[in-house]
Design a protein around this ligand. Structure first.
Ligand SMILES: Cc1cc2nc3c(=O)[nH]c(=O)nc-3n(C[C@H](O)[C@H](O)[C@H](O)COP(=O)(O)OP(=O)(O)OC[C@H]3O[C@@H](n4cnc5c(N)ncnc54)[C@H](O)[C@@H]3O)c2cc1C
Length: 477
């Protein structure tokens, strides 16, 4: 089949999926007003693959049809750069605002399939399942959502110690057809607009949690699988009033499993704590690379926005404003350089299984901090302009339009353009859409305390300590 068009993607969402939003069951996600904007954005991503086929696709090794470059299993630097270039083009299309555009899960499935030998080392059929699934997702151009983390409930206890053992997703029983699972997972970004759900490992499991050590994939419309969305952010306002909420709200959902059947051919890990905990460390890091590229694009967008805001109120000549905005530009450049290093790392990872240190540092430390800093700078340099943003309808009201044109204009910019710019900034950092973006960037790669402490525990920390020892106690002293 190969790459799909936007309309094929939209059509594929009209199935028996169970989605709840704003207190109601959404029967057709493509026709639900708060979802229309994001569905159109998603469709445009699929159409983009056709328009820029040379850069965004490669021939499927199985069918020869063009398939997304985000499935390239890169074992050379050239191939990794091809992946990275395609991911940058697609992230740029959505200004880096969609953390879970389909490229992310494509990269994640590509990551895990490279570890199929490890996944199937005790039960070879699980490794085979993975290979088949990777080919299916690639060749049918499915859109995946993923969910890795247990509901928070009581984090002082593990999933097996909660009052209700089914609070987190766990195995109920095995049958001839597959596994029956029950419980919940959160979150699942993009769930209403996906064709498949991937459930996989992330935080390590402990002995005794075997029933919770699961990795599988099922269609979004599987009986018993329900997605309960958080409140939608697109309230039907115009793209002037809410330029981002109206187009890029990718949604997040709680995934509830009411005795769901996972067919055997879709099971990848089942009860094996060692493989569950070890698999991600054996992947090349394609998903990390995609995440970092997407983050870089967004940092560029935020730096550009900060520049425009300063220009619009005539503050660009001030040294402190130049210093603040310059810091944002420098952060985007830093990440860009780190991505070049990361592109090499995924190649080395694919061929030699070495760790991807600079990619991890970029994604776990640099990007979340830089996103927070960008929001802070935008807030500080905007002043009251961020708040004094009447609506599009106010500009259309002849009783007040003249006042708005006179008092809300900026330096070399009309009032309407200036207000539109500040509305964009407010949607980016102040509205529910923007606040969620900040929360998301902080937790994008998991709990920052957990991910950063991995660096603390890594062998390189011992090397750094040894340097200090060398100064204090020189050899032979
Ligand atoms: C907008 C958004 C979208 C998301 N989308 C997805 C998705 O599509 N798929 C998916 O799988 N997940 C998704 N997630 C979930 C994400 O993976 C988790 O938020 C992340 O792993 C952190 O887990 P948690 O939210 O349960 O927080 P917790 O683990 O409960 O952490 C809460 C706080 O406790 C702190 N903490 C934890 N342990 C300690 C400790 N020992 N000492 C001190 N402090 C500690 C943490 O640092 C954090 O500040 C999404 C999250 C957000 C916010």
């Amino acid at each position: 089949m190969g790459i799909r068009s936007g309309s094929e993607f939209v059509e594929s969402l009209r199935d028996a999926r169970t989605i709840y939003a704003n207190g109601e069951r959404v029967r057709d996600v493509t026709d639900y007003p708060p979802f229309r904007g994001i569905v159109a954005t998603m469709a445009s991503l699929y159409d983009l693959q056709h328009r820029r086929r040379d850069e965004l696709t490669f021939p499927s090794p199985t069918t020869g049809e063009p398939v997304s470059a985000s499935f390239i299993l890169a074992d050379t630097l050239e191939a990794a750069e091809r992946r990275a270039r395609a991911e940058e083009i697609r992230a740029d299309h959505t200004f880096g605002l969609m953390g879970r555009m389909p490229d992310f899960c494509n990269a994640m499935v590509s990551d895990v399939v490279t570890a199929r030998g490890y996944v199937g080392r005790r039960e070879p059929r699980y490794g085979d399942n993975l290979q088949r699934y990777y080919e299916e997702v690639r060749d049918r151009d499915w859109c995946l959502t993923h969910t890795l983390v247990d509901p928070q409930i009581d984090r002082s206890r593990g999933p097996a110690e909660q009052d209700d053992p089914f609070a987190a997703l766990r195995l109920v029983r095995e049958t001839d057809s597959g596994l029956i699972v029950r419980g919940a997972k959160m979150l699942s970004t993009l769930a209403p607009f996906s064709n498949e759900l991937w459930v996989g490992p992330f935080y390590p499991r402990r002995a005794g949690e075997e029933a919770y050590a699961l990795c599988f994939a099922i269609p979004t419309a599987t009986p018993g699988l329900k997605f309960i969305c958080r409140e939608t952010y697109d309230g039907g306002r115009s793209s002037f009033d809410r330029p981002l909420s109206s187009r890029f709200d990718e949604e997040d959902a709680l995934a509830v499993f009411d005795d769901v059947l996972v067919p055997w051919e879709r099971v990848f890990i089942h009860g094996d704590i060692e493989i569950f905990n070890g698999v991600l460390a054996r992947t090349p890091g394609y998903a990390m690379l995609q995440g970092a590229i997407r983050g870089m694009v967004k940092l560029r967008f935020l730096a550009g926005l900060a520049c425009h805001l300063a220009d619009a109120i005539g503050r660009s000549a001030l040294p402190q404003v130049q210093s603040q905005v310059g810091e944002l530009v420098a952060n985007a450049e830093l990440v860009s350089g780190l991505i070049r290093a990361g592109t090499q790392e995924v190649t080395w990872g694919a061929t030699r299984g070495t760790p991807h240190r600079s990619l991890a540092a970029t994604l776990w430390v640099m990007i979340p901090q830089a996103q927070m800093r960008a929001a802070e700078v935008i807030r500080q340099l905007s002043g009251s302009g961020l708040i004094m943003t009447p609506t599009e309808k106010d500009f259309a009201n002849p009783e007040i339009a003249g006042y708005l044109e006179k008092y809300l204009r900026g330096k070399d910019v009309s009032a309407r353009d200036r207000v539109q710019l500040f509305k964009l900034a407010w949607d980016m950092i102040g509205e529910p859409f923007g606040s969620r973006q900040l929360q998301y960037e902080w937790f994008y790669s998991g709990d920052p305390n957990f991910t950063r402490s991995r660096f603390f525990r890594s062998p390189i920390t011992r090397d750094f300590k040894a340097m200090v020892d060398r100064l204090l106690k020189p050899p032979g002293a």
